[in-house]
Ligand binder design. Structure first.
Ligand code: ATP
Ligand code: MG
Ligand code: FE
Length: 335
């Protein structure tokens, strides 16, 4: 079966066609990063306008790259949340229009379910599994006992990992989005500063990154007042070490406790080289648990992952209707 995916939750306008939930036929992403850069973050009104301009173009391109027409599609999967409401609505309305015009079934997809299903484009899923979701807006450990069943066993209590990366990058005067710049700098620096690790209560799988962020800001501020300079690459290396230490430790502990067969990495921060390397190291020493990490272009926002998740939902009988709305705070356990 062929499923078209549409993604417009944040600052990427994307469309893709997937065969049988696993094979990419076409995958088009139009990024707006250049337009948001000078504001140091995503401006919702600008995002919506870009989506309006781009959505038809990426849809036509995805069909053209696949040498297909809408008549060849078995379903249309669209991100209905979470995300920016004005941005989401552009994708939802485009999906509804196409579904109505060609009488194609419609499926609403949770954006983070999409990030997790990016892994199915790399490797068939084996249950039970655990996914470490690290993105611009989310940091979660999600347990799945079967397809399309999501249980959040831990989540961030304040900032998401990507948010912490972007804020620390801004403090270091690096361009937006800062994650890739910190990643690059971290490889040139020394872990000379002992930043805190927020382990939280014993046994908790929750995360917290705001204390670490404040600690980085204070350290830089204090050094400046004393007229000292700390090499930014050392700040990046030390910050990244703290983030990765907590993420990897909690993922390993949860994977053991829940006796999972697979661990999947998901979300934009999954593009982080340091995180990927430390996870590979940790799981290479553990027998019976397979680690799956998607290629970089499937970690950041795309529509292939939405079509992959949408295929499974479609096969489970989930259907959207023409009353489908955008849900900025959509819950992954119940959507
Ligand atoms: P969400 O998926 O939670 O709705 P989002 O879609 O905005 O949020 P993604 O596009 O999944 O987030 O990820 C973007 C985030 O990933 C940004 O915070 C960016 O800085 C971060 N990021 C991208 N590459 C790297 C990297 N190499 N190292 C660290 N962070 C990175
Ligand atoms: Mg994005
Ligand atoms: Fe995302």
């Amino acid at each position: 079966i062929y499923v078209l995916g549409i993604e417009t939750s944040c600052d990427e306008t994307a469309a893709a066609i997937i065969k049988n939930g696993t094979e990419i036929i076409s995958n088009v992403v139009s990024s707006q990063i250049e337009s948001h850069k000078r504001f140091g973050g995503v401006v919702p009104e600008i995002a919506s306008r870009h989506h309006v301009e781009q959505v038809t173009i990426v849809l036509e391109q995805a069909l053209k790259d696949a040498s297909m027409t809408p008549e060849n599609l078995d379903a249309i999967a669209v991100t209905k949340g979470p995300g920016l409401v004005g941005a989401l609505l552009i994708g939802v309305n485009a999906a509804k229009a196409l579904a109505f015009a060609h009488k194609i079934p419609l499926v609403g997809v949770h954006h983070i379910a999409g990030h997790i299903y990016a892994n199915r484009l790399v490797k068939e899923m084996q249950f039970p599994l655990l996914s470490l979701v690290v993105s611009g807006g989310h940091t979660e450990l999600v347990y799945m006992r079967e397809h399309a069943h999501f249980q959040v066993i831990g989540e961030t209590r304040d900032d998401a990992a990507g948010e912490a990366y972007d804020k620390v990058a801004r403090t270091l005067s690096l361009p937006y989005p800062g994650g890739p710049h910190i990643d690059r700098l971290a490889h040139e620096g020394k872990e000379s500063i002992d930043f805190p690790r927020a382990w939280l209560e014993e046994g908790s799988y929750d995360f917290s990154f705001s204390g670490l962020k404040s600690s980085v800001i204070n350290t830089l501020h204090n050094a400046k007042q004393k007229g000292e300079t700390i090499p930014p690459e050392d700040v990046a290396a030390s910050f990244q070490a703290s983030v990765i230490d907590v993420l990897v430790s909690k993922t390993v502990r949860a994977a053991k406790e829940y006796k999972v067969k697979q661990v999947l990495l998901a979300g934009g921060v999954a593009a982080n080289r340091g995180l990927r390397a430390e996870l590979v190291k940790a799981f290479s020493e553990m027998n019976g648990i397979e680690l799956v990490i998607p290629p970089l272009h499937l970690c950041t926002d795309n529509a292939a992952m939405i079509a992959a998740a949408g295929t499974v939902l479609f096969e489970k009988g989930k259907r959207g209707d023409y009353a489908m709305n955008a849900y900025p705070g959509l819950d992954i356990e119940n959507f």
